[in-house]
Every structure is written in structure tokens, then in C-alpha cells.
Design a protein around this ligand. Structure first.
Ligand code: G3I
Length: 318
């Protein structure tokens, strides 16, 4: 039966997937995407990002994002926003802008407020209010935001988003925070500081871009250390890549890895749901980013379910 139906039966809000506008011309793909018992939640992989939504300063275009919103609404699927502030996929006017502190704070506030405001009441979580603020060593990304405002842009973005939609949950989304280490610690410290300062922060998105056989052994323990700070969380971009070619052994391990991640979410009432970063290898970001790696998704290139699909089923069935 459908993965979302199983997630609901296990007490989760949703099981969902990322999708992207160019994929929506693929009829067999869309037939699976549209099944709201399979996917109860959708994230736009690209079309709500800054380059797509404010390509020129003050000029907002939501056409592509609205296509994804309309698809989710039409199917009765929840929508997670993605994303307000990130150091990638920025238009040049932001990435290479020469702003004063005050100018950039106001640009961030206007961008996040307008973006979240456009989708007020329609998004479940303004996921990735700030995506990926840290380097793996726990230092802050030295992007235009940090270099110009220090960390002041983070409360500015969160406050603007909360003002635009009082009910959307506000998340910070990161990768390589699924295990204990300097990056996880840095994010925990940031959350503690934001809460101490009265800045709204509701949740943590664990991207969970894993490698076959390398799901962190301390996943549950690490989730607990975030939950202890008083935040909910979601698994926001799950995939489990391998060095190609696929073998039966790798696919069997991948099945186990997906099951392990679902089990870790089920261990917490604070884990609201799981999103995979597209459901088919046909549209996975992995081969484009890691040549010689891929096969990271539960459906293969031909939209056929892999053992990983059964791993998710087994995970939800406990
Ligand atoms: O739009 C252009 C198109 O005009 C051009 O012909 C084509 C040729 O390369 O590129 C297209 O842009 C691509 C864009 O996706 C839209 O398809 C970019 O090259 C490509 O780099 C971009 O990749 C996206 C990536 O974020 C950017 O870093 C992936 O689709 C998207 O899945 C990925 O998602 C991120 C999350 O947002 C944040 N966490 C990590 C995750 C994986 O990188």
C-alpha cells in the first residue's frame, strides 16, 4: 500500500517527496506523484528558491512555485516551503551585491516575508528558512549574508517569516548534522541562542543525504539531542546513494538503510514526517553532483520500485 498511508498509520503527518517543474511533463512519473496515498507531502526542489522567486531586486515571480503549490493542493497533499535563505541558487544581485548591514537585513526580510506571505496558509512548514548555515567544521558559511551581517540575518529571516504566516512552522535545514560532531553542535548552539533571544524557531530539517552502508550509528541519539532543545524535526531530503553500478548486495543494504531511517523517525513523536529528495533515480540530483554515484532513490530509472521501497514499508510497519 501507499507510503503516505503507512506513515499516517504509524502516527506521522506525512510521507512525501521533492519534485521539480521540468519533471511534470513525464506522464508515468506524474501518475505516481499524484497518488496522495503514496505521497502526502510535496517539496519544490528548485522553484521556490531565491533565483526563481526574486530574480531581480523587488521583482517577485511565483509562477513556477505556484505550479508545484497547485499540484499539491489539487492532490490534497501538504506543501513544505523551500527555501528563504541559502547560499546556493542566489541571483547575482544578491550573491555579488555590495550591501550595507541594514540594506541586506531589509533585503532578507523583504524576501522571506514576501515569499512566505505569498504562500500564507498553504505551507505546512516554511522549511529551510535558512538552509545550510554551517560548514562541516561548525563554522558559519562565509556567504554574502554572514559576511555582511554576521548572524543577524538569521533572526531577521525567522521574524519576517513568522510575521508573514503565524502558523507556518519555521525550520533550519542542514546536512551532515545527522551525527554528533562540530556541525551538529554548532546548530544546537544556534537553536539555544535563538530560543534565548525569543526568536521563533520550531524545527530542524535533517536533509539525510546518506551513502549506502553509512547511515550514522548515532542517528537516534543525535535526534534526541536536538529534541532536548525543544524543537520538532523532519527528515527533509532523504536519499541513499551508492557508487555505481548497482549490485544486489548494495540494493539490499540500501533497503536496510531506508528502513533504519524510517525507524529512527518513528522513535520520536517530534519527528513529523519524512520527505525523499525525489522518488526516482531518473530525476535524482545525485549523479549530477557526484559523478559515478547514484541509484539513491526508492524507484529506479524506469519508475520500477526497488528493494528500498520495501525497506520504507517495513520501517513504517515496525
Ligand atoms: O535551470 C537550469 C537550466 O536552464 C539548464 O539548462 C540546466 C543545465 O545544467 O541547469 C538548470 O539548473 C539546474 C537546477 O538544478 C534546475 O534543474 C542546476 O544546474 C542544478 O545545479 C540545480 O541543482 C539543484 C541543486 O539543489 C542546486 O544545488 C537540484 O535540482 C536540487 O535537487 C538540489 O537540492 C538541494 C536542496 O535544495 C538543498 N539541500 C541539498 C540538495 C541537493 O543539492
Amino acid at each position: 500500500s501507499g507510503l503516505h498511508a503507512l506513515a499516517k498509520a504509524a502516527g506521522k503527518l506525512y510521507f512525501g517527496t521533492a519534485t521539480d517543474n521540468p519533471e511534470l511533463t513525464d506522464t508515468p512519473y506524474v501518475a505516481i506523484l499524484d497518488d496522495n496515498m503514496m505521497f502526502g507531502q510535496i517539496t519544490a526542489a528548485n522553484s521556490m528558491k531565491w533565483d526563481a522567486t526574486e530574480p531581480e531586486q523587488g521583482v517577485f515571480t511565483f509562477d513556477q512555485g505556484d505550479v508545484i503549490r497547485n499540484l499539491a493542493q489539487g492532490n490534497g497533499q501538504l506543501l513544505r516551503g523551500h527555501n528563504c535563505v541559502w547560499h546556493e541558487q542566489l541571483p547575482d544581485w544578491v550573491a555579488f551585491g555590495n550591501f550595507t548591514f541594514d540594506e541586506l537585513i531589509s533585503i532578507v526580510e523583504n524576501h522571506c516575508g514576501t515569499l512566505v506571505g505569498h504562500y500564507t496558509g498553504q505551507i505546512l512548514d516554511a522549511d529551510k528558512i535558512r538552509a545550510e548555515p554551517f560548514n562541516d567544521d561548525g563554522t558559519f558559511q562565509e556567504d554574502v549574508f554572514f559576511n555582511t551581517t554576521g548572524t543577524a540575518y538569521i533572526p531577521a529571516a525567522l521574524n519576517a517569516a513568522r510575521a508573514a504566516d503565524a502558523n507556518a512552522k519555521l525550520y533550519i535545514n542542514e546536512f551532515n548534522i545527522e551525527f554528533a560532531g562540530p556541525k551538529a553542535t554548532a546548530l544546537q548552539n544556534l537553536i539555544t541562542q535563538l530560543k534565548a533571544d525569543g526568536v521563533p524557531i520550531d524545527g530542524v530539517g535533517f536533509q539525510s543525504h546518506f551513502i549506502v552502508g553509512e547511515v550514522p550509528g548515532d542517528l537516534v541519539q543525535n535526534f534526541q539531542s536536538f529534541v532536548d532543545l525543544g524543537v520538532e524535526f523532519a527528515i527533509t531530503e532523504l536519499d541513499v546513494r551508492m557508487t555505481l553500478p548497482e549490485t544486489d548486495e548494495l540494493l539490499a543494504q540500501q533497503k536496510q538503510d531506508y528502513e533504519t531511517v524510517i525507524n529512527a523517525c518513528l522513535a520520536f513523536t517530534e519527528c513529523v514526517g519524512v520527505t525523499i529528495w525525489d522518488f526516482t533515480d531518473k530525476f535524482s540530483w545525485v549523479p549530477g553532483a557526484f559523478p559515478s554515484q547514484g541509484a539513491a532513490c526508492p524507484w529506479d530509472d524506469n519508475l520500477v520500485r526497488k528493494p528500498a521501497f520495501d525497506g520504507i514499508v517495513t520501517g513504517f510497519q515496525g
